[in-house]
Design a protein around this ligand. Sequence first.
Ligand SMILES: Cc1cc2nc3c(=O)[nH]c(=O)nc-3n(C[C@H](O)[C@H](O)[C@H](O)COP(=O)(O)OP(=O)(O)OC[C@H]3O[C@@H](n4cnc5c(N)ncnc54)[C@H](O)[C@@H]3O)c2cc1C
Ligand code: SF4
Ligand code: SF4
Ligand code: SF4
Length: 390
Amino acid sequence: MYLFTGEKKDCCGCMACVPVCPVNCITVAVDEEGFEYPVRDAARCTNCGKCTAVCPVVNKPEAIPTEGFPAAYAAWSRDAETRRNSSSGGVFPELAKRVLSDGGVVFGAAFSDDFHTVHHIKMEDPGDLPRLQGSKYVQSSTVGVFPQVKELLASGRKVLFSGTPCQVAGLRNFIGDDAEGLTTCDLVCHGVPSPGVFARYMEEQEKKYEAKTRGYSFRHKKTGWNFMEVDQVFSEGRSYHSMDWADPFMHGFLKNILLRPVCYRCPFYPVPRIADLTLADYWSVATKYPKYDDDKGTSLVLIHSKKGDGLLHAGNALIVHRTDIAHGIAHNAHLNHPAAEPACRKEFFEAFRGGSFSVAASVYIKKGEVLRRKIRRWIKKTIWRLRFNK
Ligand SMILES: Cc1cc2nc3c(=O)[nH]c(=O)nc-3n(C[C@H](O)[C@H](O)[C@H](O)COP(=O)(O)OP(=O)(O)OC[C@H]3O[C@@H](n4cnc5c(N)ncnc54)[C@H](O)[C@@H]3O)c2cc1C
Ligand code: SF4
Ligand code: SF4
Ligand code: SF4
């Protein structure tokens, strides 16, 4: 167990262990790579074992086997704006609206006001939903969140918790059997980049543009869902827009350089899953169901329980088509294996300790590579449009 061995590959940072400690001897600290880890005060620890029992890396909760599941669907929101503001088909915000209209509470990942960090927040007002929309490719902090979920469930409120599979696993262990009012929604997960690296990148962007960030999207759909682009809006009327591979942070994410050590050995990637439902990009939906891809975003939804099924099919805000689960899984890499650890990860983080993100990024951005990626993107886009007549 991480708290006793210090092996970083054994800690996903869910923070379930912090509030279970009866003597409050676990605190949270940021390591030299910019990730949060729990820290045990050995002098006060009574070896009660409660932190080990709740840790999802040691005790992975069981998936709930339910007859007829898992099942796969292609889905997207009927509302064009909702779909545009989300990374895939806008399924998450529609599920959230359903839970809120039923008097429930929603938890998900939101940027801080300065857009430098990402935290899980509690949301009760549908007007705040845009804060949770969109994938943030940075680890979202859940410090202090699980006890809030537990308290709300104990008071009889319904809760929808959305997060990475390891966050859902940590929450399930923390809540225990008392989960009747809880619905969990996880994501197919590539891995989570370092919050410290992202914050440094944002500082450098703001220095370069001599302005403060007013909006940030890792996945703007200006040129379509199939071709990812980063979009940053600054004060002073300035803006930054970049193809994913041409942006140094996204480049590092896509090349698996910036991820948390445990992500290369992720115990939570395969089906069956622990959550009630799983959301993902339905990459390659067009290879089997071309009419379900209009380049505005299509979600792959995997349903694992009756609760998840009920939430997906309640109301009429989503367009939902049953699809072949084997095809959906086969074409989504991170339902089949975790991200591979690149040889230069260590070199990057050593360089990052020197203080500059852009200097450290030169470890993995090779001369001519971005240009080659741009040409490859242009060819892919042209073939995609001809093939699917878009
Ligand atoms: C770090 C990360 C890696 C991913 N990797 C893959 C992948 O490899 N393959 C794939 O098919 N899909 C991946 N996804 C999922 C995909 O990008 C979409 O988030 C998902 O399909 C939901 O899209 P949507 O349009 O329904 O909702 P959206 O409106 O896009 O909702 C986003 C949802 O994701 C949650 N979220 C956003 N950022 C984070 C975060 N940092 N940590 C935890 N939860 C977060 C929000 O709380 C919200 O519930 C990943 C998402 C994240 C956050
Ligand atoms: S073993 Fe018990 S006392 Fe020690 S850190 Fe874990 S929860 Fe706290
Ligand atoms: S409970 Fe979560 S934060 Fe604590 S050691 Fe285990 S994985 Fe890490
Ligand atoms: S890859 Fe696995 S360990 Fe890493 S954030 Fe995703 S679910 Fe957690």
